[in-house]
Design a protein around this ligand. Structure first.
Ligand code: M6P
Ligand code: ZN
Length: 188
């Protein structure tokens, strides 16, 4: 038998694989993502909001291949809006993706091509099928880091155009100590 090439700690999603890639997203790189620009400007732009580790067993853009990754979002808020990922659609629109929560609690905000936005609860063990054409963003609503694993097609690509302004059509904010999913453009 061949030795094992890649390991995942299924308790938290931590990965061990040769050639593991990683990136981090700081507050300063998330301009226009959070609604309260005033609050965003007052925070340290060097603060890390989330990190991603991922494995590309085939070259990016390969049709028929898959990538695997783990994302860790820190707890925190900009104004009353919780820390979250940038959020994206796939450049090749019909490419789907799986998200699976390992640690923490969150909301997976989804928006389809007809402009319908909804959220799924993320809790350890929750598994989320993100259909093609559906934009996706993860919000950490807890007081500890939120971690989730992801599996997506190696030719999907990232289109971040939807991430800014009112693109997702909703935000997740703290109200009286509780996370609330708010549709935008309806009531104030
Ligand atoms: C998951 C996957 C990645 C994505 C990452 C961070 O790990 O969906 O493809 O890059 O989350 O999300 P974003 O690209 O929206 O910042
Ligand atoms: Zn994706």
């Amino acid at each position: 038998m061949n030795p094992v090439f890649a390991f995942v700690n299924w308790a938290d999603g931590a990965m061990q694989v040769p050639g593991l890639r990683s990136s981090e997203k700081k507050l300063g790189q998330l301009k226009g993502i959070f609604r309260d620009q005033e609050a965003w400007r007052k925070l340290d732009p060097e603060t890390i909001v989330y990190r991603v580790w991922w494995w590309e067993p085939v070259a990016s853009g390969t049709e028929g291949g898959l990538f695997w990754g783990t994302t860790e979002i820190q707890p925190g808020r900009v104004g009353n809006e919780y820390y979250m990922t940038h959020g994206h659609r796939h450049l090749i629109r019909n490419r789907a993706e799986f998200y699976g929560t390992t640690v923490g609690t969150g909301k997976l905000v989804l928006r389809d091509e007809n402009g319908n936005t909804w959220a799924e609860e993320m809790t350890p063990g929750s598994l989320h099928y993100i259909a093609g054409n559906v934009a996706h963003r993860v919000v950490n609503i807890g007081s500890m880091p939120l971690r989730f694993v992801a599996c997506w097609p190696s030719d999907a690509g990232h289109d971040y155009e939807i991430a800014g302004g009112q693109g997702f059509g909703a935000q997740v904010i703290e109200e009286h100590g509780n996370p609330v999913f708010k549709a935008l453009g309806t009531t104030a």
